[in-house]
Design a protein around this ligand. Structure first.
Ligand code: ADP
Ligand code: ADP
Ligand code: MG
Length: 507
């Protein structure tokens, strides 16, 4: 039977009315003015991370899980778990909240987190939505509308066309109006290629976002992705919680993030921070959000988009400020005022996050599936692991292939890199292929060490995609586990034991 012991137990526990009361994790008494019970409408690492904070706050937690989802690990940390048919079914999630007496819903990221209809359905049902108003989500989810709002608020935006740009403006980027996750984008070098690119982007957008509208944006060369964390309460107070540099990307998706950015001087920080605050104010932002900018090599920056949710990479902000952003979200949703002023916020040291994916970077980042046979993540000073898996978890094509986020804190950037190198070296994960070795190579380059980053980093460093000689035993074992025909469990055990006792991590 696949899965960890808890995964095996859950179907049994849930048989009666699909409902489980977790006896060994009683909730603490709640503070009267805060929420009493929260349904976490998500899965994996983020559902677990949210549950931890809620438990610390003495708030009861309720997880949801689908049948297709074999990683029911997130149900383990919640007080209750409820079976649903889809993480995207708003009516079902509202029903589950009401049935369980939950007074709020936390949407995490992805799934329904940027869906205005969920925020609206919560309002209608008298359930607190831990996120912004439907109106903010709707306006910021539309990349054209959000730029109009930001331009009017005096925030610099990337030059944008709703039709054909002048020939002198190429290269340009075709983007989906409702886009996200790096999907539906096309780089166009010559005017002659524009209409084809728009047509194919439009088809992809229709399938991915149910909205076929596309537009054209000036393509910024060698940019950095710099984003600002913002917080807004329902009393008109706004904060920015500094920047995150997210320039190491594959397919326009971030894989390594850090704060502070090696490119952001105190002057630039206060300029970009002021723009992020103006953006928050322009939409009377309530909750935690992110204002994404692109920074060109000359130091000019432009608004890209606003993400109206908790960001994947939020831990690096937490590590350097001491804030718990989920706690802040809950406090704001409960109607409380922000408890800090801008001048009270400080950043200490440096934090970096590596996204651990089940994928093969050397084969065009193709996703890898299978069962996690060995899972020994690093521990030690300054290390935080936000993980959605454990030994026995199966990794399928159903969901995003991100398994965990490895986060480090250290007093300086150089020390954070050393710590991340050590942590990646010690990360043992067998059963599926991962990007761990690849991440190790990326952060060990001279360019990374000197902070010479831009979003084209991986395209320029093709040498990173060549597996060095002396293929690590993990890769061989993982490959053999992927096609288990002829590989018995005993074969694996033997290989593992002899490898582990020998020089199995020598590269
Ligand atoms: P972040 O913007 O938080 O740094 P990503 O851009 O990688 O991180 O997106 C976060 C998660 O949300 C990923 O799992 C991604 O696949 C998913 N996602 C982002 N935008 C959308 C969207 N519009 N529709 C569906 N999934 C999305
Ligand atoms: P998504 O909603 O998919 O996250 P974004 O607009 O935030 O889309 O862009 C994702 C990434 O694509 C950015 O982080 C950046 O690497 C790249 N990108 C977006 N717009 C531009 C641009 N105008 N010029 C160059 N790169 C861009
Ligand atoms: Mg983005």
């Amino acid at each position: 039977m696949p899965g960890t012991w808890i995964e095996q137990c859950i179907p049994l526990l849930c048989k009666e009315g699909n409902f489980r009361q977790n006896k060994f994790l009683p909730g603490k008494q709640t503070t009267t003015n805060l929420l009493r019970k929260v349904l976490i409408a998500n899965r994996g690492e983020i559902a677990i991370r949210i549950a931890y904070t809620l438990r610390e706050m003495g708030i009861e937690t309720m997880a949801v899980f689908t049948e297709a989802d074999e990683h029911v690990l997130h149900a383990r940390v919640a007080g209750e778990a409820h079976a649903i048919t889809s993480y995207l079914d708003i009516a079902e999630i509202i029903r589950a909240s009401k049935a369980a007496g939950a007074d709020a819903i936390h949407p995490g990221y992805g799934f329904l987190s940027e869906n205005a209809a969920l925020s609206a359905a919560c309002e209608e049902a008298g359930i607190v939505f831990i996120g912004p108003t439907p109106d903010t989500i709707r306006r910021m989810g539309d990349k054209l509308e959000s730029k109009r709002v930001m331009e009017a608020a005096g925030v610099p935006v990337v030059p944008t066309w709703n039709g054909t740009p002048p020939d002198s403006e190429y290269p340009v980027l075709v983007k989906a109006v409702g886009g996200g996750g790096g999907k539906g984008m096309r780089l166009v070098e010559r005017a002659a290629d524009l209409s084809n690119a728009m047509a194919s982007a439009s088809r992809e957008a229709a399938a991915a976002f149910n909205d076929d509208r596309v537009f054209v944006e000036k393509y910024i060369r060698q940019p950095r992705h710099i984003e600002f964390q913002i917080l807004g309460d329902s009393h008109g107070n706004y904060l920015h919680v500094f920047e995150r540099e997210c320039s190491i990307q594959r397919r326009h998706q971030k894989i390594i993030e850090e704060t502070p950015s090696p490119a952001v001087t105190p002057e630039l920080r206060s300029k970009m921070g002021a723009a992020a605050l103006a953006a928050a104010r322009a939409v009377k932002y309530r909750g935690a959000g992110t204002v994404e900018f692109i920074l060109d090599p000359s130091g000019s920056f432009y608004f890209l988009e606003m993400n109206t949710r908790l960001q994947v990479e939020h831990p690096v902000t937490e590590m350097t400020t001491g804030l718990d952003l989920v706690r802040e979200q809950v406090r704001i949703a409960s109607g409380e005022k922000l408890s800090y002023s801008q001048s009270e916020l400080r950043q200490t040291g440096h934090s970096m996050e590596c996204r651990i994916y089940a994928e093969v970077p050397e084969e065009d980042f193709r996703p890898s599936t299978g069962t996690i046979e060995v899972y020994e993540p690093p521990v030690g000073p300054g290390i935080r692991l936000d993980s959605g898996v454990a030994r026995g978890s199966s990794v399928s094509y159903h969901f995003d292939p991100m398994l965990a986020k490895l986060v480090v804190w250290a007093p300086s950037r150089a020390a954070a890199i050393e710590r991340m190198q050590r942590a990646l070296d010690d990360f043992v994960l067998l059963g599926v292929r991962t990007n761990i070795e690849f991440l190790r190579r990326v952060i060990s380059t001279d360019d990374f060490a000197s902070g010479t980053l831009d979003t084209g980093f991986l395209d320029r460093h093709r040498e990173l995609f060549v597996v060095p000689e002396g293929v690590p035993i993990e890769a061989i074992l993982a490959a053999s586990l992927e096609s288990p025909i002829g590989t018995s469990r005993q074969d694996f055990q033997d290989a593992w034991t002899s490898g582990a006792s020998g020089r199995w991590r020598n590269s």
